[in-house]
Design a protein. Structure first.
Length: 307
């Protein structure tokens, strides 16, 4: 994804109506198990288009869902990869839980990783691919653990979507990113259109800080506030009700092209505003933590069950 600009505004929001006791915070999101999925993805190598890790991810994901007895569907597409300067095949994967339920929510993450570590200070390293423990694997890991938990639930309509070709854009040209989400949004493969969507990206940072992403707030104020106020009630300290960066991510095509209200949960400061592992060779599992993944997982599970 691409950061569009940086302005920080503090917003003050009203008190919430439900006490924490009314909420079910016992949804058993296992941060350690989710973290193991980051390790496993990184063991495949960088999942950058054209590399072996990218090819092997499909087998990995299909194997995971096969054990849960869940069917993964594949949406194949072609796109022009500007980083590699060639046409390539992309694959979005999606899993529909309880497909007969008409009220549905889409949870999405990108599974590809960036072909070049182009934010490296050391020029020699800029040609290397990004391992993407946080930028790629963390969002996928959260969705996989949610699949574990919801595999026995018959009451929620959830579509898990794994987008390819998110991180294929040219630095500084934000709309050249999110090719998989653009194709998905223009060629909706889901039989029932979800009422809303939540994208999770870069949610594994050990020092997790989740401000509100600006575009999400501008498009879907109530949806955003519902999420962040729920996080507050649940005592999830990583979430802060501050509007920060606007990020071009998979939620924008869902909003603009598919007309699905979509919110991006993302920690762009990795680990902080002054030094960032984003799009560098330093984006490795040791920078991530089970506790961070669990904060996001717990919020999503509670939100799904409340709404
Ligand atoms: Zn990225």
């Amino acid at each position: 994804m691409k950061k569009l600009y940086l302005i920080t505004i503090l917003i003050l929001l009203g008190c919430s109506s439900k006490s924490i006791n009314e909420l079910n915070i016992s949804h058993s999101f296992d941060g350690n198990r989710a973290y193991s999925y980051i390790i496993e993805q990184c063991d495949l190598g960088p999942r950058s288009p054209g590399l072996e890790g990218h090819q092997n991810f499909e087998k990995y994901l299909l194997g995971f869902f096969e054990k849960l007895n869940m069917e993964v569907r594949t949406q194949n597409f072609k796109y022009f990869n500007l980083l590699l300067n060639q046409e390539m095949n992309g694959k979005n994967f999606y899993v529909s839980l309880n497909p007969e339920i008409s009220r549905r929510i889409l949870l999405g993450a990108h599974w590809d990783t960036r072909s070049f570590a182009d934010e490296e200070i050391d020029e020699a390293k800029r040609k290397q691919p990004v391992l993407g423990a946080n930028d790629g694997a963390s969002g996928v890991a959260v969705l996989m653990e949610i699949a574990n938990i919801l595999s026995n639930s018959s009451t929620v309509g959830v579509d898990l979507v794994f987008f390819d070709a998110e991180d294929v854009g040219i630095k500084g040209e934000s709309e050249t990113f999110a090719e998989g989400s653009k194709y998905f949004s223009k060629n909706m493969p889901l039989k029932i259109k979800p009422e809303k969507a939540i994208i999770v990206d870069m949610v594994g940072d050990k020092r997790l800080n989740l401000p509100i992403e600006r575009y999400s707030f501008q498009k879907n104020k109530k949806f955003v506030l519902d999420l962040w106020e729920l996080a507050e009630r649940l005592g999830l300290k990583a979430f802060s009700k501050m509007i920060k960066y606007e990020i071009y991510d998979d939620h924008i095509p869902l909003n603009d092209l598919a007309q699905i209200p979509a919110v991006d949960i993302i920690d762009f400061d990795y680990p902080n505003e002054f030094y960032n592992y984003w799009h560098t060779t330093e984006d490795t599992p040791d920078k991530c933590s089970p506790q961070s993944l669990a904060q996001v997982g717990v919020l999503l599970l509670n939100y799904i069950h409340e709404n």
